[in-house]
Design a protein around this ligand. Structure first.
Ligand SMILES: [Zn+2]
Length: 135
């Protein structure tokens, strides 16, 4: 008995996959996609699977004010798909991203929700428009 540690506290941060915690703390788009995706699955095991990572679309701008932007595709029953996106400042560390991860997950789930709550007649008109451009 060690005691003192409240249960459930470690649920926050996803463990490094296969124990492969890399030496770098630099955020890459691949890492970001993988991390965000596992967070989505953690929050919503079923809905999370609807998010298709669009790795090829990811964008990186380094330097001051630079951002990393990653995209996921989501889809409605009417077969319209939309793109949801998430970005972080490129000078953020992995631990900073992990800290904000629960919020990130909710944000993306919210973007999907907004898309799914729209009537399919609007989906028709919307087709390839991007989500997440609000700021
Ligand atoms: Zn629809």
């Amino acid at each position: 008995m060690r005691g003192g540690k409240p249960a459930g506290q470690e649920a926050m941060v996803p463990e490094a996959r296969n124990g492969s915690l890399e030496a770098t703390d630099e955020v890459t788009t691949d890492w970001l996609i993988e991390t965000v995706q596992s967070e989505l699955l953690r929050q919503e095991p079923v809905i999370g699977r609807e998010f298709v990572p669009l790795g090829r679309m990811s964008q990186v701008t380094r330097g001051p004010g630079g951002v990393l932007k990653v995209f996921f595709g989501v889809r409605c029953e009417c077969r319209t798909s939309a793109v949801v996106s998430f970005e972080v400042a490129s000078d953020k560390t992995r631990s900073a991203v992990l800290e904000a991860l629960p919020q990130t997950g909710r944000q993306l789930l919210g973007q999907r929700e907004a898309f799914r709550n729209m009537p399919c007649s609007s989906h028709d008109r919307l087709r390839s428009r991007m989500f997440g451009e609000t700021s």
